[in-house]
Ligand binder design. Structure first.
Ligand code: PGA
Length: 303
């Protein structure tokens, strides 16, 4: 038995109208074309689907079954069309976001907010360092990346969207905690607890000290800002972190920001995508959401 979708579509129209001529009009076909499709369908099934009684046509028992099948197929196709339309919109699909370790402090909150507004989107969030983000972009893996500076050697489109000030942190009882305008040269002998190689924060701090001609001593390396903050609290050394990671520790007085000349190191966050990448509607909406939220945040914070 070989049935085609076209035959079933023509049959369903005839069955609905119980009339060949009206079905032909609806489908913009000639009446002989409609009759031919029905004949072929009946041949394929091996049973008559219509019977003519007087001037009227009626469905046979097989015809009634075929009609039920035809309506089911039409329903399924209608649903599929809705799904495809939704894929074109923002309400379905997936969103792959990768952010720098440091950006996770605010990006997670933004993603949660976005996800509440777009419940049909499945989101994956990868949190990793700058170097790993660079290779992800090279391999065209994430839809969008949030990081501290556009990567070198990969063609990207980058939108700066919020300040990312790097500050020097110390335990509140540190001897420098009460000093004002501390010259950078005083840190020549200091020990810093730093992020791993490949971290944007680390390379920005190293670059800054080098530009200022001051030696930068790293006491110990850690792969997370949380660990650095705890080590600094415990008196293991000083730290340089983004002020975005500090909200809680400053509120509770567990850490203090030192007043160092030429600090903070001024950086920005960037929303990044591979050049030429065609963003899905979900990704476009996320990008716009973050850029709008950042503007609102900066307006409130008076930045
Ligand atoms: P980091 O990220 O977590 O790699 O230090 C911030 C950045 O890209 O500057």
């Amino acid at each position: 038995m070989h049935l085609t979708f076209r035959q079933i579509e023509v049959f369903t129209a005839v069955a609905r109208h119980e009339n060949y001529t009206r079905a032909a009009q609806e489908l913009h076909l000639s009446q002989p074309a409609v009759s031919m499709q029905i004949r072929q369908l009946e041949q394929g099934i091996g049973l008559p689907l219509f019977e003519q009684i007087g001037k009227k046509i009626h469905l046979t028992e097989a015809g009634r079954h075929m009609y039920a099948v035809g309506r089911q197929i039409a329903d399924v196709l209608g649903e599929a069309e809705e799904v495809f339309e939704a894929f074109k919109g923002v309400e379905r699909g997936t969103l792959a976001i990768s952010v720098a370790t440091t950006a996770s402090h605010f990006a997670t909150r933004l993603l949660a907010e976005y996800s509440k507004q777009h419940t049909g989107i499945t989101i994956s969030l990868d949190i990793t360092n700058r170097e790993a983000l660079r290779s992800q972009l090279e391999n065209n893996e994430p839809d969008l990346v949030i990081m501290g500076q556009p990567p070198e050697g990969v063609e990207v489109e980058a939108d700066a969207f919020m300040e990312n000030p790097l500050v020097v942190i110390a335990a509140p009882n540190h001897p420098l905690a009460q000093r004002r305008s501390i010259p950078l040269s005083e840190f020549e002998q200091a020990n810093f607890v730093v992020r791993e190689t490949g971290s944007g924060t680390r390379s920005a701090a190293e670059r800054f000290f080098e530009q200022q001609g001051v030696a930068f001593h790293t006491a110990i390396e850690m792969t997370s800002n949380e660990a650095i903050k705890q080590a600094v609290q415990a008196g293991l050394g000083l730290g340089i972190v983004s002020s975005h990671t500090l909200e809680l520790e400053l509120q509770t007085g567990r850490l203090t920001i030192l007043d160092v000349e030429d600090f903070p190191i001024r950086r920005h966050w960037y929303m990044i995508q591979r050049k030429g990448k065609r963003l899905s509607p979900a990704a476009i909406a996320f990008k716009q959401f973050v850029l709008d939220e950042a503007k609102r945040f900066e307006a409130v914070a008076g930045l």
